[in-house]
Design a binder for this molecule. Sequence first.
Ligand code: G4P
Length: 525
Amino acid sequence: MKTEQLAQEVAKRRTFAIISHPDAGKTTITEQMLLFGGVIRSAGTVKGKKTGNYATSDWMEIEKKRGISVTSSVMEFDYQGKHVNILDTPGHEDFSEDTYRTLMAVDAAVMVIDSAKGIEAQTKKLFKVVKQRGIPIFTFMNKLDRDGREPLDLIGELEDLLNIEGCAMNWPMGSGKTLRGLYDMHNQRVELYHPTNEDQRFVALDANGHLPADNELTADSIYQQTLDDVSLLQEAGNTFDPEKIAQGKQTPVFFGSALTNFGVQTFLDEFLRLAPAPSSHKLADDQEIAADASQFSGFVFKIQANMNPKHRDRIAFIRIGSGEFTQGMDVTLQRTQKDLRLNNATEFMSDQREQVKHAVAGDIVGLYDTGNFQIGDTIYTGKQALKYPALPQFTPEMFMEVTAKNVMKQKSFHKGMQQLVQEGAVQLYRNYQTGDYILGAVGQLQFEVFKFRMQNEYNTEVVMKPIGSRIARWIDPEQLDPAMSSTRNILVKDLHDQPLFLFENQFAQRWFSDKYPDVKLTAKL
Ligand code: G4P
C-alpha cells in the first residue's frame, strides 16, 4: 500500500471498547451500532440471549453451558466512511484480566451508565484502567425511556465518583413516560422521541436556542423546564474542551435509550467524529512509532485457547500499532528474535470467523498460535527492532488453593500450571511458608476455565479450595518479617519471588498498617 493510502486507511479507524456495569445496556447499544453498520439485520443476535441460539458458535463448552462469552471478541463494521472496531469487554460472571487487558488495545472508551442507577462498581473498576491510559472516554446515559435520576445529579456523580468533568452534549426533555425528546445543544436541534412522522425527528432550534413558535412542544411545561436546565448548564456547566477530552479529563455526555434506539445514532455520529484515529504509540524505550509508519508492528493483548475444541488451537489477538498487515508476511517476534510467517490470521465478527487478508494500524487480527506467543509480545517487520511497553498487571481479588487430585499426575499438573499461568489465564502464588500453590484471578470464571483446561488439555483433575476474596498488597522484601503473617493476612510470593500479603478484608489491612506503620504496601493496577 502506498504511504498516502496507508495514512488514509489508518485515519478511518476508530477502535474502542464499551465499559459498563452488567445490565446497563452494553449489549443493546452494541447491537444498535451493528445495525447501523449493516452487520446484523435485527437486534437480539449478538448474545442470542433470548433465543439461546449458540449453534453457529464453536466456542468452548463451558461458554455454551453458561451462555456467556469467554472471548473478548472484536466486532467491526464500516459506517459513514469510518472503519469501526468494537472490542468486547466481558462483564458478567466472565469478568477477567482479559477484560482489563482489552482496554490496553483501544484508542477510546465508551462508558454506558444506567440512568436510574448511576455509576456502579464494575464501571468504576474499568474506568480506573481507562483513566490511567489517558484516552478519551465518551459517556452514554442509558434507559431514558424509564424514570431515572436527575440528569444534573448524574453529571455531578462523574465528577464526585470518577473525578472526570462531564460535558453534556444533549439534554433529556423529560424521562420515562414523560420523555419528549433530546435537546441537542451541540447540533442546535431537538430530537423527538416519538415523532409523528419519521422525517420530523429533528427540529432545528433558532439562534436563541428555541423551538419554532408553532411547535406544539413550546406549550409543554417539560420544554420550559429543559430551557431552564440548559441555561443553568450554560452558566454553571463545564465548557466543551476538545483538548481535555483527548486527554481523558473531560467526558462528553449523551443521553438516550438503547432499547428504543433513541439517541444512539446521534451518539455514534458524534462519537466517531470526536474519537481519535490511531496515532503514534509509545514504545518501551520511550520512542514512538507513528500509526501510519511503513514498518508494521503490533502487540499481543490476549491469548484465547481452544476456541475450536476440535483443533485445540490458540489464538493470539494482536493490536496493530503501526503499518499494514498482509496475509503471509514475515515478522520478527521481539522476545525470542525468531522470524515467523503470519499465514493463518483471522478476523472476528461475532461468532463467525473469516480469514483476514489485510489490516492496518488500529485493527485487531487473531493469529493461530502453536505456542509462540505470550501476552505482551511485540511483533514487527524490518531490521529495526522495536518493543511495546509491558502490559500492566492487575491485582487479583479472588484466590484459591490448588492441588492435583491424583498425586501421580504431578508432572502434567506442573506443566499445565506453568503454561496456563504464562498465558495469563490466572496468576500464580506460593504460600511463603508451605510452598502450596494459590491461584489469583480478578473474576470467578478464570478459575473455572483453568480447571476445565487442566482437565481437557493436561488430563489433570485439580482440586480447588476457595480462600475467598482477598486484598493483595505487595511489601518491600527489606521490610518483611515472616512473623507478620497470619490467617487474616496470608503471606505469599508471586512468580518473580516478590512477597505479598493477602488480606482478609480492609479491616485486616488497616489493622496491619496500624501495627506496622512504617511498612509500605502497594497494589498493582
Ligand atoms: P449488558 O450487556 O450491559 O449487561 O446489558 P444488556 O444490553 O443485556 O441490557 C440489560 C437489560 O436492560 C436488558 O433487559 C435490556 O433489554 C435492557 N435495556 C437495555 N437498554 C435499555 C433501555 O434503553 N431502556 C430499557 N428500558 N431497557 C434497556 P433484560 O430484560 O434483562 O434482558 P433481555 O432478556 O430483554 O435481553
